[in-house]
Design a protein around this ligand. Structure first.
Ligand SMILES: [Zn+2]
Length: 165
């Protein structure tokens, strides 16, 4: 892979993904954000939109992949990197591999649903396309803080509404 992957590029991509996750938070969606960079430049960004779109597949990664493919006019995202704040699930990992994305960067591990090493590892099985390079842990503390704040706020809202009865 000729693409240069220095830590400042990875961190700047993750900063942009975190900005998307913050937008999700403000829209009352589980705060996960993703961006796709082509040859180092961000060409697509998306946040989790399951509630707004009433769509269980509207994960940040899925939307970012679609936008990147539209931008490039090709579903093969061969020279692209996807950065996402939370470890992708099985659906998103499937889509990433179908898109032939060579590199995926994520922040926080997801022991409940992560498919890049936590619950499963679908990144390396060569029966299913070339292996995907995975880099984890970039700005994971920021991703974790956002998710924790989101769920803490949800719990407070539930407690407050129960208090009204
Ligand atoms: Zn997903």
């Amino acid at each position: 892979m000729p693409m240069k992957l220095d830590s400042s590029l990875l961190e700047s991509l993750m900063d942009a993904a975190l900005a998307q996750a913050k937008e999700a938070f403000l829209a009352d969606e589980v705060p996960v954000g993703a961006v796709v960079a082509y040859q180092g430049d961000i060409i697509a960004a998306a946040r989790n939109s399951m509630e707004a779109m009433k769509d269980a597949t509207a994960h940040a990664e899925m939307l970012a992949l679609r936008r990147a493919a539209e931008k490039l006019g090709d579903w093969r995202l061969k020279d692209c990197i996807l950065a996402v704040t939370l470890e992708p699930c099985t659906m998103c990992t499937g889509a990433l591999r179908l898109s032939r994305l060579p590199v995926v960067v994520f922040g926080l591990r997801d022991p409940r649903a992560g498919a890049l090493g936590s619950l499963y590892d679908l990144s390396q099985d060569e029966r299913w396309g070339g292996p995907m390079r995975v880099i984890s842990g970039v700005h994971q503390d920021k991703a974790k803080e956002l998710l924790q704040n989101f769920f803490a706020q949800k719990r407070r809202k539930v407690l407050a509404s129960e208090g009204l009865h």
